[in-house]
Ligand binder design. Structure first.
Ligand SMILES: [Zn+2]
Length: 215
């Protein structure tokens, strides 16, 4: 397998090529690789090298599958531990807050974490209000691939779809309403209207996608 062949299987979009990677490949016989925070190119090179020097059919099969979902797959069992995990850089911000999910009375202990372009609560994982409203604005501006969805069964949760955030390792994927700021009645009305419009557009996009899939 050449690097070029591997890249053709991986077909990584730009945001994955720009991500950082942890690669761990352990077999029942030995730990082959366990590296963290390396580039996409380095991660591909390592996996290609392991595949080219491998006479373990099971491991080869596993790694071939991992190429098809490069950065988003893991396997554990029978003495194997294979993990190729992609994520973006993250940073803890100085400003503290009190997450509404907190059950104790501690104040201003919770941190905000910058994950890629998003700000998330380090306690509950929710997007910050600003990050959520950016998603809402992008949906309303009909930017490709953006969506929000209200989880009615939960009553306090929205899912965020961002075309460059395939999972929480890349940014915010949800918003909890306990991160709503204090708003005046008029502000709340305006926000409510915006969110409803974004949900309507997201739903239309989803229905259109379904229809396309059925054709
Ligand atoms: Zn929180």
């Amino acid at each position: 397998m050449t690097t070029q062949q591997a890249l053709e299987i991986i077909k990584a979009p730009e945001h994955v090529k720009a991500a950082r990677f942890d690669v761990a490949i352990v077999t029942p016989k030995k730990k082959l690789i366990d590296v963290k925070d390396i580039s996409f190119d380095a991660a591909v090179a390592i996996v290609v090298d392991v595949m080219n020097n491998c006479n373990d059919e099971f491991l080869l099969d596993q790694l071939s599958s991992h190429l098809k979902s490069f950065g988003f797959m893991g396997y554990g069992g029978n003495g194997y531990d294979i993990n190729i995990n992609a994520y973006v850089s993250r940073e803890i911000l100085k400003e503290k807050h009190t997450c509404g999910r907190r059950m104790d009375s501690q104040q201003n202990k919770d941190e905000w974490r910058k994950v890629g372009n998003d700000i998330c609560c380090n306690y509950c994982g929710s997007a910050s209000w600003e990050t959520f409203m950016t998603a809402v604005d992008n949906v309303i501006a009909r930017k490709e691939g953006w969506g929000i969805e209200y989880v009615a069964s939960k009553g306090y949760k929205f899912y965020i779809t961002n075309p460059t955030v395939p999972n929480a390792g890349f940014g915010a994927i949800k918003f909890y309403t306990h991160h709503l700021p204090t708003l005046s009645e008029d502000e709340m009305k305006a926000v409510d209207k915006k969110i409803n419009e974004a949900m309507k557009i997201s739903n239309e996009n989803f229905q259109a996608k379904l229809k396309n899939m059925q054709l």
